[in-house]
Design a protein around this ligand. Sequence first.
Ligand code: CO
Length: 504
Amino acid sequence: MTPSSKTPRDAYKDLERRFERMNLVRDAASMLEWDAATYMPDGGADARADQLATLRVVRHEMLTDPAIGDVLARAGEAADLDPWERANLHEMRRERVHATAVPSALVEARSQATSACEMRWRSARRDDDFAGLLPLFEEVLKLTREVAAAKSSSLDVSPYDALLDEWEPGGRAADIDVVFAAIERFLPSLVERVIERQASLPILAPPVGPFPAERQRALADRVMRALGFDFAHGRLDVSAHPFCIGVPDDVRITTRWDEADFANGLFGVIHETGHALYERGLPKRWRKQPVGQARGMSTHESQSLLFEMQATRSPEFVGWLAGVAREVFGGSGPAWSAEALLQHVQRVKRSFIRIDADEVTYPLHVVLRFRLERALLSGDLPLKDLPGAFADGMQRLLGVRPSTHRDGSLQDIHWPSGTFGYFPTYTLGALTAAQLYGAAVKQAPAIPGALAKGDASPLTAWLVEHVHGLGSSIAPGEIVRRATGEPLSPEIFRRHLEHRYLAS
Ligand code: CO
């Protein structure tokens, strides 16, 4: 049967079957990735790389099959699609444009260049050698510009927005600019005031380690259960870098334990649990379809940060947590009090490294990267000038000046691996988390009281209804607007920070 001989509805159904198969291939690959990062013996690495590369190629071939173009066009004529089917069709088109916009020779060249550059970045960071990385980095940037240009004409948006769209569907730099300009106006002075205030308070010393990994694991289990993680449909394991991967019925998270400070591993677990709960709450009916997937990176990060920064760093939850921690580690005395733990997990300081930053200073790291990556992509900032621009920006925004590349422009893997347009999603996610949590507590006032008893179920129920269950049926900004009654607002984030860090 040729596409034109199908009814539009049959064409749509054909697409559902095709995308279901593609997504199952992707899901199978994700389990192999999890295994590679956790239990696979080192000697399996080459075989695993071949398996993963092949599954990726198979999926790409399915997605770029020329026949799909006609089927998509025919399905678009269907007048009887319901809103979810229509949204599903929209997501299918989006995936297809991202996969077909770039000529395969360019995809291949970029993949080679980013692998080489990423590999070199590891030693360049260790040796603090920006100049040594520069030639490979230049190549990655040049090919990324070509990819951005190709996607820009297919998506009919600017080159930067075309890259942003991969991570933040429908996102626009112009909108982010407005939000980030507001952050730039209020946050540096707010950081100043918070640090002064914290310095003026008596320090409550936190408990001193070492904290055995197996006790930390026991604590993490208790906390994950309190947050609603279902161990019949997921696991917690250890890996070098924490992540969350899998499917709603089988979601895998990882962490690493820090024997000197149990809060590091624990709040990492809480972060990944937030990601996992989102996956678990995605709409059942649409799990194998594009519309049933999580709504991009800012929404995903909002769910992890909502638990990590909003719910579990609240005085209510920390009160419960301190009791459980005393029990699990056999601790006693003032170091184990809820007040000491709260002070410890709400400590703010200026620092060089983004991934170690607290929630108050973190957005400034991101604002800097957003400005710089656009300038790099447009050519306004030559790559060789990046280290100086990076250091100047940190000085201006964060009040610290890195004296090494390692503490400055070489700290993140994103750009050397060709990932541009991703950084803003961290801060959009933090703002979204603050706004959603505020609305959740207003609409369901039982949430804080339940958290004080180690019960996150009222919160999770609210999130399933207002975020998780929507999958990708509406845009990220629309999720926020419907759930909270207003568009994403830096003002709400500012109020959250002032309330938490400056109110008496
Ligand atoms: Co995350």
